[in-house]
Ligand binder design. Structure first.
Ligand SMILES: NC(=O)C1=CN([C@@H]2O[C@H](COP(=O)(O)OP(=O)(O)OC[C@H]3O[C@@H](n4cnc5c(N)ncnc54)[C@H](OP(=O)(O)O)[C@@H]3O)[C@@H](O)[C@H]2O)C=CC1
Ligand SMILES: CC(=O)N[C@@H](CCC(=O)OP(=O)(O)O)C(=O)O
Length: 309
């Protein structure tokens, strides 16, 4: 009997921070074949075009411009794409690769899947179900604070922290513009972008995303328990997402090195104020883990294969 045909997966950008993470997760898999380009050919457009068109699945781990170029190299209607960059996250002809929010079936059937951004994964996981449930109005002025491990800035930031030394904690995007705002707005169903206050911490990987809420100011005046229950209902049966009980301390390391996403509704004793808190790994559910999760669904493979749950 001939062996089953396994899908071929080409990682474009496999030498980068996200690409290496995905290659590591796929390295022990026997249900797919990973195609690679040698170091001296990995940026050669002709070699990449051949690898892309030979592959059943391509995972783009590239800067946005290079990701757009890679899409233009596709000359067939068989190759399916997962793009880890922010080039296509609000593009109408792409599926947003957040199966817990958009539905597994939509991701499974899609030819073009855009992986969510790392910060938006935490923000959307907290906020989108609450907007859908009518507990947060679509035009509510939201704020999101977040801290990321420095691998979130790719090879250049990793080198900055590991070779040169960099601040223990630094706020950035203080001009109040950030490439993640469009996807946060669109996929949460918001009328306006939130205020986004990101920071980088002196730790390699991990992420903490927080949305503070004045509960009594909200039209629905939800209790913390209502918010918790709405999130728990939205993610029931989702193996990567946990809605945990509140905790007085939450660390950026909580889910570092895993593909888990943990959500909490922390509140004061009177239920007047809440801090919605998400922890994830920027390279896990925030990038590489999400790409592998989407690949498994698109290829009809074991949904948890290669994931660190
Ligand atoms: N780091 C993270 O936590 C996350 C990253 N992402 C997204 O993933 C993508 C990759 O990010 P990241 O891995 O951090 O970035 P890196 O800078 O670490 O890696 C990018 C890789 O792409 C390669 N590359 C650049 N241009 C080309 C090209 N034209 N052809 C082939 N290869 C090319 C680079 O080559 P070289 O090695 O020579 O520089 C590098 O190896 C980005 O779009 C980012 O937004 C998404 C979520 C989280
Ligand atoms: C710490 C840091 O610099 N983080 C990056 C976001 C991570 C990233 O580039 O990835 P995605 O946009 O694809 O999620 C930033 O703020 O631009």
């Amino acid at each position: 009997m001939s062996p089953p045909v396994t899908p071929t997966v080409f990682i474009d950008g496999a030498a980068g921070t996200t690409g290496l993470e995905i290659a590591e997760r796929l390295s022990a898999r026997t249900d797919l074949t990973v195609a690679t380009l040698a170091e001296d050919r990995r940026k050669d457009a002709a070699a990449r075009a051949e690898a892309i068109n030979d592959a059943d699945f391509v995972i783009l781990c590239l800067p946005d411009d290079a990701a757009r170029e890679a899409i233009a190299l596709i000359r067939n209607d068989r190759t399916r794409v997962i793009d880890a960059s922010s080039a296509h996250r609000v593009a109408p002809d792409w599926t947003y690769g957040f199966p817990e929010l958009v539905g597994r079936d939509r991701v499974a059937a899609a030819a073009r899947v855009s992986n969510p951004g790392c910060y938006p994964t935490g923000f959307l996981a907290l906020v989108a179900p609450l907007v859908r449930a009518g507990l947060i109005p679509a035009d509510w002025p939201l704020t999101v604070h977040a801290a990321s491990g420095y691998s979130g800035g790719g090879k250049a930031m990793v080198a900055e922290y590991q070779n040169a030394g960099a601040p223990a904690f630094r706020a950035y995007a203080l001009g109040l513009g950030h490439k993640h705002l469009p996807e946060m707005t669109v996929h949460a169903g918001l009328a306006h972008p939130p205020i986004f206050a990101p920071a980088v911490a002196d730790t390699y990987r991990g992420m903490l995303v927080e949305v503070p809420l004045h509960l009594r100011a909200l039209p629905a005046k939800p209790s913390p328990a209502q918010l918790h229950d709405a999130l728990a209902a939205a993610y029931a049966g989702q193996p990567l997402v946990t809605v945990a009980e509140p905790s007085p301390v939450v660390t950026i390391e909580e889910n570092a090195g895993t593909d888990r996403l943990t959500l909490r509704v922390c509140a004061d004793a009177d239920g007047d104020q809440a801090r919605l808190v998400a922890t994830l790994d920027n390279l896990g559910k925030g990038a590489g883990g999400a790409a592998v999760q989407n690949l498994n669904l698109m290829a009809g493979l074991d949904p948890l294969a290669g994931l660190i749950v």
